[in-house]
Design a protein around this ligand. Structure first.
Ligand SMILES: [Fe+2]
Ligand SMILES: [Fe+2]
Length: 167
């Protein structure tokens, strides 16, 4: 299968992250209905990247921030996995995990921390943060209504999730 130039550029921008166990591990948990956190994050990242490219914004921050915005790495339905409200907790957990994984810029960190605004978290301080916040909402709606199945994008881009946890 031949990739489009924009798909190749997206993969170049995110290669370091897509090859990591932490990002691939997101395939273990469901985020919206049957959609895994990995498929959702990739869907958000790719569309945030495309929108940033169209608007001549920072494509690297949009792609990387989008891919890492939900890197909280636990089962959100498990109440013992985080201290309080998932809406407030998961952006902070994602920012912590992302900082341990890669050299995170201030802009990328704010993209992660502000992606739930205005429901919770930090205020978006860049156009890219506003973009990821908006794209996350649109992607979540498409996933929850089953209008789009984002595993198709993951398969097309050749991203392999880590094996699921043993039952
Ligand atoms: Fe989130
Ligand atoms: Fe999200």
């Amino acid at each position: 299968m031949t990739l489009k130039p924009r798909e190749t550029e997206f993969l170049q921008l995110t290669r370091e992250l897509l090859d990591s166990d932490q990002v691939r591990m997101m395939g273990r948990w469901r985020h919206h209905g049957p959609v895994t956190t990995l498929d959702h994050s990739l869907f958000v990242a790719y569309n945030a990247y495309r929108a940033a490219r169209l608007l001549r914004l920072d494509v690297r921050a949009a792609a990387r921030g989008g891919l890492l915005h939900d890197l909280y790495l636990y089962d959100s339905r498990d109440k013992s996995a985080h201290p309080g409200n998932q809406c407030f907790d998961h952006p902070r957990a994602a920012a912590r995990n992302a900082a341990g994984l890669t050299d995170l810029s201030d802009k990328e960190r704010n993209i992660i921390l502000s992606h739930m605004w205005p429901l919770g978290g930090a205020f978006p301080r860049s156009w890219e943060a506003w973009l990821v916040d908006l794209v996350d909402t649109v992607c979540a709606a498409l996933e929850l209504t089953r209008i789009y199945r984002p595993s198709r994008l993951r398969e097309r881009l050749g991203v392999r999730p880590l094996a699921p946890l043993p039952a």
